[in-house]
Design a protein around this ligand. Structure first.
Ligand code: SF4
Length: 737
């Protein structure tokens, strides 16, 4: 035990501040009692103001989860067995050398995660480029923020989820929230919507009456419930109304943007009545929402307006276009860069923001630089001590990378860090097939996730409260993660593992393992980039816990840069300082309903589970709160198919099948069913989802697909043992053994 520590939650991008306090006197007594080694309390911070959600309150359970991995595992004769670190890493290094010698450096792929600290994400990107020399690195943020990033980069010139502090929302008169269920995914954030709710200005766009949409049910807000996959039509119609009625901020548009003529032409044909036919949203609602936003905007003398997007509209094959339209709307209204107004994307994963800034994305180097930019390559290569010519170019985005695994021209080895891809990736059955075709799968994880159980080598790693580092919140605020207790014996940090592997592979590149030193190197590598961290250090963040990037280093003798809580106040980071209005159009859902699959499936999240559930399905309180996936189905649709509340339902799509119990509720549209994606097994919704991707961002259209439904029998009737996880692990692999 190391004593009380001020840190942040291990889960979502709100990164609620918490304090961890030793619960008992010794690690040994905790282990013996099977209890939690720390108690969690909320800590006052601008984002959560002392609040935590159920996931945060129960997060200490993760630290002593009974199946915590504490020993490397090596597959021999088809079964995972205990191994020493030397044996496991020696095996990995040997196989990597052999495969690279046979098939070249591109045969090794790396898959990272948005939960890794900045230091780990940076080191993983460096390891892939400077040691493995492979272009094939990407991460699960491709499933999360890629469309928001692409849309923001091409319009605003930079991608920072919220370009303003979250608490700025508190003064808004209107907020248009598209495809985000913050009341369940990050409940403490809802307090920042209290002002706009009181003003009657909260507009939630969601095909489902989610807990967030329910915030409007007092009659003072608006729930817009479009046909799944038609959010873009709603935005095009809102822009049509703004321009047709002269509600735009003409002076702002003239001074701070380009592209109005093309945009005007592109939305001319989306008059509200036509949009109503496609989206199902009444024309008068569309007009009312446009006028509400315009009245709240600064040019009308309003108190301020925000347009916010989330995964509901971004996880789409037209996700980039939808985000682009949301930003176009915000620009027409003169919101970005104005006090009390703006556009933002609500990041999902804990370090979804930092994870995409420091090099684990296929086309990026640290500092949010392009790997195709020769100046950036030279700078980063200089920090790493390698020849820029030796750095690979862009690799494959995540979905394409997974689809190529084990194919004749695709990667033969995959290293996975902080990601449970066989649950979280679209068309998961196909992903499982591709993984089975690999010559080598290495997974670093803290628990035997579904992906880890398929691995040839499993390496047990430190988690959250056992490590130092930094995370970057959804607002670009760089936060210190602090260690509250020592990791169990036998567990190592990815920083150590990658440094060890680099050495075993004969690389001359230096890999520091002290997180503060890694951060200093990251900061140097980011200098001059869009996400410039060069004025930050662990020591400075300890003293000033409220710093936002960009925060460049200043010349010797000058005061340190104060960081940048609010972007775009003077100009946009584009060549001419103006934002781009970019014309887009609705192309429709790739996997649309048809007679063989006549119902829309919409996927999402529930409060008591997080992402693939690898962590939260191991927390008893959360399992009691949300034990299994449910198919939400409208009463009339349920009646048509003879499905009763609690009965088993089978969903089939062009990819596969999922089976779960029904929850009959009028919260979903009559043409739509909803499932959360946190579970593995028969009820894993990603058996059904499509791996079709957005052509700009490479983001999969996880949110909407077409399914058929019917009542069925309990698929678990024949299961008489404890399930695959317990069968697959050797005795002694975990902390409880
Ligand atoms: Fe953790 Fe997110 Fe819940 Fe806050 S809202 S306690 S960061 S899961």
């Amino acid at each position: 035990m190391t004593g009380a520590a001020d840190t942040h939650c291990p889960y979502c991008a709100l990164q609620c501040a918490m304090q961890l306090t030793p619960a008992v006197s010794t690690d040994a007594s905790v282990a013996a009692a099977g209890g939690s080694p720390v108690t969690v309390s909320g800590r006052d911070f601008p984002t959560n103001r002392g609040g935590l959600c159920q996931k945060g309150w129960t997060s200490a359970s993760l630290l002593r989860t009974p199946d915590r991995l504490t020993t490397p595992l090596l597959r021999t004769d088809g079964r995972l067995r205990l191994a020493t670190w030397d044996e496991a890493l020696g095996f990995v290094a040997r196989r990597l050398r052999e495969l690279r010698a046979e098939s070249g450096p591109e045969t090794v792929a790396v898959f990272g995660g948005g939960a890794l600290t900045n230091e780990k994400a940076y080191t993983l990107g460096k390891f892939a480029r400077a040691v493995l020399a492979t272009p094939n690195i990407d991460y699960n943020g491709r499933f999360c923020m890629a469309s928001a990033a692409a849309g923001a980069n091409r319009t605003l010139g930079i991608d920072r989820g919220l370009p303003f502090p979250l608490e700025d929302l508190g003064g808004a008169q209107a907020v248009l929230l598209l495809g985000s269920n913050v009341a369940e995914t990050m409940p403490p954030s809802v307090q920042h919507l209290a002002g706009v709710r009181a003003a009657g200005g909260l507009v939630v766009v969601d095909p489902r009456r989610s807990a967030t949409a329910d915030l409007t049910s007092d009659g003072r807000g608006t729930h817009v419930q479009p046909v799944p996959g038609t959010d873009l039509v709603v935005l095009l119609a809102l822009m049509h109304v703004v321009l047709a009625e002269g509600l735009e901020d003409a002076a702002y548009v003239e001074r701070r943007t380009t592209g109005l003529d093309d945009l005007r032409r592109s939305v001319a044909s989306w008059w509200p009545e036509r949009a109503e036919q496609v989206s199902g949203v009444p024309a008068e609602t569309l007009r009312a929402v446009a006028r509400l936003l315009a009245a709240a905007s600064p040019s009308s003398g309003g108190a301020g307006a925000y347009v916010l997007t989330g995964r509901g509209v971004e996880q789409s094959t037209q996700g980039t276009a939808t985000v682009t339209a949301a930003i176009d709307l915000a620009l027409l209204l003169g919101l970005p860069g104005r006090t009390g107004s703006g556009y933002g994307a609500i990041t999902g994963q804990g370090n979804g923001q930092g994870g995409r800034e420091h090099g684990q994305k296929a086309d990026q180097l640290p500092g949010y630089r392009s790997i195709e930019d020769d100046v950036a390559r030279a700078h980063v290569a200089g920090v790493w001590g390698v020849d820029p010519a030796d750095l690979p170019r862009s690799g494959l985005p995540a979905v394409e990378l997974l689809a190529r695994l084990g194919t004749p021209a695709g990667p033969r080895a995959l290293l996975v860090h902080g990601s449970n891809i066989v649950v979280s990736a679209p068309d998961a059955d196909r992903v499982r097939e591709r993984i089975a075709a690999l010559d080598l799968l290495v997974v670093c994880d803290l628990v035997p996730s579904e992906t880890a159980l398929l691995a040839d080598v499993v390496l047990p790693v430190t988690q959250w409260a056992e490590e130092e580092g930094t995370m970057t919140s959804l607002e670009g605020r760089v936060l210190r993660r602090r260690r509250a207790l020592h990791a169990p014996a036998g567990v190592r940090s990815e920083l150590d593992i990658l440094a060890d592997l680099a050495r075993r592979l004969g690389s001359p590149v230096r890999f520091p393992t002290d997180p503060a030193e890694v951060f200093d190197e990251l900061a140097r590598a980011s200098a001059g980039g869009r996400a410039d961290y060069s004025g930050l250090s662990h020591a400075r963040l300890d003293a000033e816990p409220d710093l936002f990037w960009p925060c460049p280093a200043t010349p010797e003798g000058e005061p340190p840069h104060p960081g940048t809580p609010r972007l775009f106040t003077r100009d946009f980071p584009t060549a001419d300082g103006r934002a781009r209005l970019v014309a887009v159009d609705h192309t429709g859902t790739v996997d649309d309903v048809h007679p063989g699959a006549p119902v829309y499936l919409v996927t999402g999240r529930v409060l008591a589970q997080y992402q693939s559930g690898a962590q939260t399905r191991r927390v008893p309180e959360l399992v009691r709160a949300a034990p299994e996936p449910l198919v939400e189905i409208h009463p009339l649709l349920a009646e048509r198919y003879g499905i009763e509340d609690g009965a088993w339902v089978r969903l089939d799509s062009a990819r596969g099948r999922a089976v779960a119990r029904a929850r009959v509720t009028d919260a979903v549209r009559i043409d739509t069913v909803f499932m959360a994606f946190h579970w593995a097994g028969e009820g894993s919704v990603n058996h059904l989802t499509s791996d079709a991707t957005d052509p700009v961002s490479g983001m999969p259209g996880l949110k909407v697909c077409a399914v058929s439904i019917e009542a069925c029998d309990n698929p678990y009737d024949d299961v008489s043992d404890d399930g695959p996880q317990e069968r697959a692990l050797p005795t002694g692999a975990g902390a409880a053994a």
